[in-house]
Design a protein around this ligand. Structure first.
Ligand code: NAG
Length: 319
């Protein structure tokens, strides 16, 4: 059914991490990728950076896909001209700055240059499709494919349709993402924050309030997640967790615990003030005592995070 898929993808990157990660993910699945950036030299720089990373990943036996690094690199090219970059592509993944006007005009330019069956996909995490694609004529071919950072190890991709997006466009994108080893989920309609960031915001808000109200320290609330909830959530979500936590499944769980959950939910405080207030400053200070907020310390912790995620990704492969 997907025989019409040409193996060519164009990535529009503005020297970002996400664009480079997408390129690595797509070439790992055997797709040709053309990288374009409107700043001269940036797309070539991205390819050089990806070469280095793919070689390191191969060295560490962490390279994704069936092909070796040199074969994956051969699928990659950089372009200085938008029309050339788009030529022959069946799928365009945009990864430019999170600025509505920029994205709108980029998609306007792209639409003029591509055939009518080309899928236009945006990496945005904070703009809904009806805004991003408002200047595109044929919006049935448009959707958001929102990755999670870093996409090479965290595989979720949220597929978010525009109200006019064709079912076939969602299906093709779902197929493509699965083919390259990502884990796509479909939203049935657009909503601010999509699913991931809405759930994340709920967790952030209650964690923040618990620290601010003096219930728990910054260090310990992070442990509640990393040593508690997170242990399960790497493999099963909140719905299955509940289903498995009562003798007769979810309905039984809610009979036993639903009232308690409702009581807790109604005791939640208001949306926190995340910056400016004294409380916020003291939370930031507490965090910075654990991990100083300078470049050197943060980079070291990011590297650690990516190493650990790599190991977890490996473990999940055998799951
Ligand atoms: C609009 O996009 C859809 C999905 O890619 C395509 O099938 C259709 O032919 C396009 N319509 C026009 C008028 O270009």
């Amino acid at each position: 059914a997907h025989g019409f898929l040409l193996k060519l993808i164009t990535l529009l990157v503005v020297h970002g991490l996400i664009g480079r990660s997408w390129a690595m993910v797509f070439v790992s699945g055997g797709y040709s990728v053309k990288i374009y950036d409107n700043q001269p030299g940036q797309s070539a720089k991205a390819v050089a950076e990806i070469r280095k990373q793919l070689e390191e990943l191969q060295e560490a036996h962490m390279l994704r896909g069936e092909l070796e690094a040199t074969k994956q690199l051969a699928l990659l090219s950089s372009h200085e001209d938008l029309a050339t970059a788009l030529e022959g592509a069946f799928f365009i993944q945009e990864c430019v700055f999170e600025q509505l006007e920029v994205k709108q005009s980029v998609f306007q330019d792209i639409e003029r240059l591509v055939g009518k069956d080309v899928i236009l996909s945006s990496s945005t995490s904070c703009l809904v499709p009806s805004k991003v694609f408002s200047k595109v004529q044929n919006r049935s071919r448009c959707l958001v494919s929102h990755p999670v950072n870093p996409p090479y190890y965290v595989k979720l991709v949220e597929l978010v349709p525009h109200p006019e997006t064709a079912a076939a466009v969602m299906d093709t994108t779902h197929f493509l993402m699965t083919k390259v080893g990502q884990a796509p989920v479909r939203l049935r309609k657009e909503i601010d924050g999509f699913a991931l960031n809405r759930v994340q915001a709920a967790i952030i808000a209650e964690s923040w309030r618990l620290v601010q109200d003096g219930v728990i320290s910054v260090e310990d609330i992070d442990l509640v997640m990393s040593e508690g909830l997170g242990m399960r959530y790497a493999f099963i979500g909140p719905m299955e967790t509940m289903h498995l936590n009562a003798p007769a499944g979810l309905e039984d769980y809610m009979k036993r615990y639903g009232e308690g959950i409702r009581r807790i939910l109604t005791s939640f405080g208001p949306v926190p003030d995340f910056s400016g207030s004294e409380g916020a400053k003291s939370i930031v200070n507490e965090m910075c005592q654990l991990i100083p907020g300078d470049q050197q310390h943060l980079s070291a912790r990011m590297e650690r995070r990516d190493q650990l995620l790599m190991g977890l990704a490996q473990l999940k492969k055998d799951d």
